[in-house]
Design a protein around this ligand. Structure first.
Ligand code: SAM
Length: 223
């Protein structure tokens, strides 16, 4: 009786797909994908043939209503994103909410998401933490950092490689150079790397390098 399955997919290493995820992807009527081209590769790898429909952030509002109608008529759907868990810094929240509002059952399979391994590998307290996702790029960025400067829990940020140094410089400014932090790059991939240290040490490490790949930054809370 489940209408919507939220299905996490690998964040790099293709082995990180669960047996249940494979079964569900095989059983649903249709797979809703953030980017169908990416999901085609995954399905090919898993030897699954299923109709795909794109589910971009920008067409969410228009699409949600018609998807809910189809689920009410008995169609079962799986929601996937390009990598990791849908709705975590990715589209999907509006669809989940609409399903719940229409008494359609939603299940979320546990599975890959980038922030969990990054938090664990940081060695920073993982009993209480805040997930900040991407900081605002322009408007609201300073305000957010100011707000977070007194946060006592471990903080987790998603960042792109070309903004890493700029963001670390701002962390230096708002959290201070001594604050412990951790940068995880390319998790589960061949060139996986985690650098732990003070914000200043991490800035020094990365200022001599060309920075590539996907990145999670973890910062210690204020003591
Ligand atoms: N839904 C995804 C999840 O569950 O983690 C996040 C999607 S978000 C659009 C993409 C960001 O996640 C990247 O910019 C990076 O910050 C982080 N990310 C995804 N895969 C990663 C990886 N293999 N290593 C490090 N960070 C990763």
């Amino acid at each position: 009786e489940t209408s919507l399955y939220v299905v996490p997919t690998p964040i790099g290493n293709m082995e990180d797909i669960t047996l249940r995820a494979i079964r569900i992807l095989n059983e649903v009527n249709i797979i809703l994908a953030e980017d169908t081209r990416n999901t085609v590769h995954l399905l090919k790898h898993l030897q699954i043939q299923k109709p795909l429909q794109s589910y971009h952030a920008f067409n969410e509002h228009q699409t949600v209503h018609s998807l809910v109608k189809r689920m009410e008529n008995g169609e079962k759907m799986a929601l996937v994103s390009d990598a990791g868990t849908p709705t975590i810094s990715d589209p999907g929240f509006l669809l989940v909410r609409a399903c719940l509002q229409h008494q359609l059952k939603v299940e979320c399979l546990p599975g890959p998401t980038a922030f969990v391994p990054a938090l664990v590998k940081s060695g920073l307290p993982a009993d209480k933490f805040v997930f900040e996702g991407f900081l605002p790029q322009k408007k609201g960025r300073q305000t957010r950092l100011e707000f977070l400067s007194t946060e006592e829990r471990t903080m987790i940020f998603y960042e792109s490689p070309h903004r890493l140094l700029k963001t670390l410089e701002q962390f230096n400014q708002y959290f201070g150079p001594e604050r412990q932090a951790s940068v995880s790059r390319e998790l589960t991939k061949v060139f996986e790397e985690t650098v732990n240290g003070s914000i200043l040490e991490i800035i020094t490490y990365y200022s001599e390098k060309t920075i590539k790949g996907e990145i999670v930054i973890v910062v210690e809370g204020q003591k």
